[in-house]
Design a protein around this ligand. Structure first.
Ligand code: BJW
Ligand code: ZN
Length: 243
């Protein structure tokens, strides 16, 4: 284990451009449930059943109940040591942080230049897509019951990216450009949701040294140069201590 940590630390130290891609595992130690696995279930539903525009169209109350439950839970969570190390590294010139997480704990930890490719659970937009309500607005009230668009009065939705929806063009461009890096580190993601999972392969194609930190093996493990099995909140401080 020490060998791989030394190897990763040496690569990070020498890198002019470092890119970090994070997923739900980074926030697990803060108490935010991950999506997949037993822990990811809410009532009898899987995230895949609720995080879609079809689910919202069918039953907005049910989907809002899920988001309201998650917002209340996240409101009581604080960044952990993994967020802390990533925030410190983000201040180094040439570092980009791309997150799939909507909890904004990276922002709470002070991460700079964060690219939130799946949006934020603390922002809403107009489900009816009225012209002004298409731009997300912040609403951090908890609890929140069936909120409405302040511009047109139609139902509001969480300003997150659901399955089958396109990511914001600016975010895709920023994330894609960050794959041109020396070191690409993926942390706490199951690496099954695209286009995020594809960024690892793009970075590899650009010649980046690629590394993964995860509690378990993922589809990315066999593609990266170094796969470290461990908890983000333990491994990242250990790597940081070697820099
Ligand atoms: C720890 C740990 C600790 C635990 N330390 N580790 C190409 C191929 C196949 C399919 C597609 C494709 N391109 C597009 C698709 C379709 C689809 C997709 O990817 N489907 C797959 C499931 C196959 N993608 C989309 O629809 C995307 N849109 C798109 O591509 O638009 C263009 C298009 C449209 C239509 C058709 C085709 C193309 C949008 C994806 C949006 C995903 N949205 C969600 C919900 C966000 C809002 C919300 O939060 O409610 O994003 S789904 C959910 O998954 C959420 C997450 O950000 C995302 C990724 O999950 P993540 O972060 O990896 O979490 P987990 O739980 O899966 O994993 C946690 C990991 O942590 C585990 O591995 C643990 O081991 C580990 N861990 N504790 C370290 N302490
Ligand atoms: Zn509206």
């Amino acid at each position: 284990m020490n060998d791989v940590l030394d190897k990763l630390a040496a690569r990070i130290k020498a890198a002019r451009r470092l890119t970090i891609l994070t997923g739900a595992g980074v926030s697990a130690a803060s108490g935010v449930p991950t999506f997949r696995g037993q822990e990811g279930l809410w009532r009898q539903y899987r995230a895949e059943d609720l995080a879609t525009p079809e689910a919202f169209a069918r039953d907005p109350r049910l989907v809002w109940e899920w988001y309201d439950w998650r917002r209340q839970l996240i409101a009581g969570c604080r960044p952990n040591a993994a967020h802390g190390v990533i925030a410190a590294w983000s201040k180094r010139h040439g570092t980009a942080v791309i997150t799939q997480n909507v909890d904004d704990l990276h922002l709470a930890a002070g991460t700079q230049g964060l690219i939130r490719i799946h949006g934020s659970i603390w922002e809403l937009s107009c489900w009816g897509r009225c012209s002004q309500g298409a731009t997300p607005w912040r609403d951090d009230r908890v609890p929140l019951d069936q909120p409405r668009c302040p511009h047109c009065g139609q139902l509001a939705r969480p300003a997150v990216v659901w399955f089958g929806e396109s990511l914001r063009r600016e975010d895709v461009e920023a994330a894609t450009s960050a794959t041109a890096c020396d070191v690409f580190l993926t942390v706490g993601t199951s690496a099954i949701v695209y286009p995020a999972a594809g960024l690892i392969h793009e970075a590899r194609d650009h010649g980046a040294f690629t590394a993964e930190i995860n509690l378990e093996a993922t589809p990315a493990s066999s593609a990266v140069d170094v796969a470290i099995q461990g908890a983000a909140e333990e491994v990242l401080p250990a790597v940081d201590a070697l820099l």
